[in-house]
Design a protein around this ligand. Sequence first.
Ligand SMILES: NC(=O)c1ccc[n+]([C@@H]2O[C@H](COP(=O)([O-])OP(=O)(O)OC[C@H]3O[C@@H](n4cnc5c(N)ncnc54)[C@H](OP(=O)(O)O)[C@@H]3O)[C@@H](O)[C@H]2O)c1
Length: 242
Amino acid sequence: MSKYHHAIVVGASSGIGRELTLLLAESGCKVAAVARRGDRLEELERAHPDLVFGVVHDVIAYDDVPALFVETTGRLGGLDLVVYCSGVMPEVGPSEFDFAKDRSMIEVNALGAVAWLNQAATRFQNTRSGTIVGVGSVAGERGRVGQPVYNASKAFLHAYLEALRNRLSKHGVTVTTIKPGPVQTEMTARLNLAGAMPAKDAARMILAKASLGRDCFLKPTHRLIFWIIRNFPTRLFRKLKV
Ligand SMILES: NC(=O)c1ccc[n+]([C@@H]2O[C@H](COP(=O)([O-])OP(=O)(O)OC[C@H]3O[C@@H](n4cnc5c(N)ncnc54)[C@H](OP(=O)(O)O)[C@@H]3O)[C@@H](O)[C@H]2O)c1
């Protein structure tokens, strides 16, 4: 039996968000599964017809979010968990500076999160309850040469979630930042990442940590490793080419 009864998962059609949706439904939680690919959402509905319904939505349609949020919470019959999982990380070459790709990462990874989580924050502030989970990344811990704007979008998300937490904890609202390392999903399929964790394992850990109300790395070793990386002298860090 889940501690959550009514949840919205934004970015539910594949990878971590899909597994989160399935785990929540398996534990008896009613879930609104939000994403663009309706066929993927229908698969989730078919797996749990009484508990999951799909909401086809592009998170960059920011102006639609307030009405959609109200409609979705009405259909759910309540709300105690919102997970923002939508994210994009297009391939970016080592010498490439492509504004269209960069804008897509800011729009989906950062602005979409603000559009949805501001709605959750307002509702939970009023009800003096609720849990907000944002899926950030270890990639947001430092500006690396490989993915400047993906890194920046996740750093933005981390700072935004920290500020939400600082605003909302006094109202009884939990805000948790998840910083996964490599996970086996469509986003990372092209990268052949060594040691990437299965998406189901990542989802299980995220649900276990959702109520902690702080920054959470998924691998215990990452807290120390990324503390060292954050504090690594700039000139030496630049030489690492990571
Ligand atoms: N995989 C990793 O190694 C890793 C590591 C750290 C953090 N993360 C983060 O984990 C989150 C989930 O990623 P994933 O690895 O599970 O990748 P994924 O399988 O590619 O899932 C990405 C999700 O984001 C949704 N999305 C993308 N653009 C959207 C848009 N415009 N509107 C609505 N939804 C949109 C996708 O749905 P539609 O395409 O159907 O819209 C999909 O459900 C992301 O925030 C990612 O940055 C991943």
